[in-house]
Design a protein. Sequence first.
Length: 238
Amino acid sequence: MKKVFPLLAAALFIGQIQAHGLWTEQRRGNIETIYGHGAEDNAFKAEKISAAWAYDNHGKMIPVTVKRLDDHARLEPLKPPALMAVALDNGPWSLTPDKQWINQGRSKVPNSTQSLHTFKYSLAIYREGAELPKLDQLKMVILPETDPLAVGVGKPLPVRVLIDGKPAAGIDLIGDYRSAPHQISAKTDAQGRAQIEVRNEGLNIIAAEVDLPVANDADIESRGLFTSLTFLGEAHHE
């Protein structure tokens, strides 16, 4: 049995690196970054948040500060945003023959058997009628093709998935990442488009992920991308 535990630990660890997602939530009046899977909300190193961007209703950028706390990061825009985007860089990881994951590329772990670099992205839409700016900094993004706040619960939202700025075909979309993180709701067509039912009156988290091979890189053999789109299904009323 002793030989099983390192293998199991390695599988669980890489599962966390790859499968965990990123999104934002408003809690106690703050915009908090969430790193988790489904209902899980895990602590993480705040320095892994590599950047954040806030925009007004016309797509004009608003200055935003990333406040790095002990177990996560908080986003503090200069004024309430209409949209918010955030990126997390998990860094390169290499697996040794004895099933230990090291947070370095394979150039520094020459005996590694697997190497990857994962990135997490999220786009949150807060205001109805917000204009989408260019989001080239998000290497994978789910773009709504109509205003998600105006669609209504139970109705389809057309979206388009881009990877490195290009339409991504055959991408599985999870329609309710928090409540059903393993349930595929749709797959993108040749133009990267799909229709996703708006599931919740409260926070909706639509998500997708992909693992892409990387050639001629001294440190990694694959690049893992995760992305989420969040919005409220119905407007909040006091």
